[in-house]
Design a protein around this ligand. Sequence first.
Ligand code: TXA
Ligand code: MG
Length: 326
Amino acid sequence: PGSMVQTERLSPDAAGIARAASILRRGGLVAFPTETVYGLGADATSAEAVTGIYAAKDRPRFNPLISHVDSVKAAQRQGVFDDVASRLARAFWPGPLTLVVPVAPGCTVCDLARAGLDSVGLRVPSHPLARKLLAAVGRPVAAPSANRSGRVSPTRAEHVLVDLDHRIEAVLDGGATEVGIESTIVACLGGTPRLLRPGGVPREAIEAVIEGRLDLPPAVSSAPVAPGMLASHYAPRAQVRLNATTIRPGEAALLFGRMRPANADQAHATLNLSENGDLREAAARLFSALRSLDAADIGTIAVSPIPDAGLGEAINDRLRRAAAER
Ligand code: TXA
Ligand code: MG
């Protein structure tokens, strides 16, 4: 980091994908779009390549990363899928679900990418560019969100460059991501599957497939098993005030639906995540909205109440982390 002159911006065509794959295959770092957020990719089989991820992100410690593969078959070579995990993979892959499963005997994901655990986080993304890239690399690609540690996840190539320009070799530009929040993470390690992080697949959809309840995620703490579990994460520079039904002078308003908070006209800036109260639209706009309000140099972002069902669980999770003390 620091020594690179320029981060290449690769176009989403065959040449761009080939270039991205060749950089990854020789151990370099490339950010690429998935349907959730942009990932900061490195060859998951190379500890040296994976070390680069932590340096580029300024991530203070080694945490388990998600390894991305291009098919269910490829995932099953890395991890052991019990009946529940197989059902979830069939139902939601390719898509915004990550499964944490025991490592398979032939697992090639390096220890560092798994943070030394005997489990592995796997995902088959649905974004066409991600899938083509993974097929061209032919190895699992470790990829956390392509932002500086603790910052808001990137949903556009421009966001990646704001955080990581000169720190990574390239970004594959696929425009805005569709889902906008990270994957749902479910651990299938025997017993009841556990929701480790709410995300792009709503809990209700998963519970319908497993015909039962997911175990609760472990309580948010400052000694996390994983960065996504840090109380303060996804943090914009501004303070974030949740469930705001009035706007205080100088605050920016992040609205949801048609309800206008009292004094909304006093807001320093106003953005609506979804006028129609559509949670999908709100998820897709969330991180971009936090970034643009931040760019406007605002002290506090007041956020309207957002329902907790469906994708609302993940949206509220990210907002609570953005609002947490730091
Ligand atoms: O949507 C996403 O999931 C994005 C895109 C790029 O795929 N990736 C992402 O990765 O959010 P990251 O590194 O920010 O999240 C990794 C999380 C960890 O925080 C941890 O919760 C979980 O994945 N994880 C991975 N492997 C694990 C393991 N073996 N045991 C427990 N948790 C694991
Ligand atoms: Mg992240």
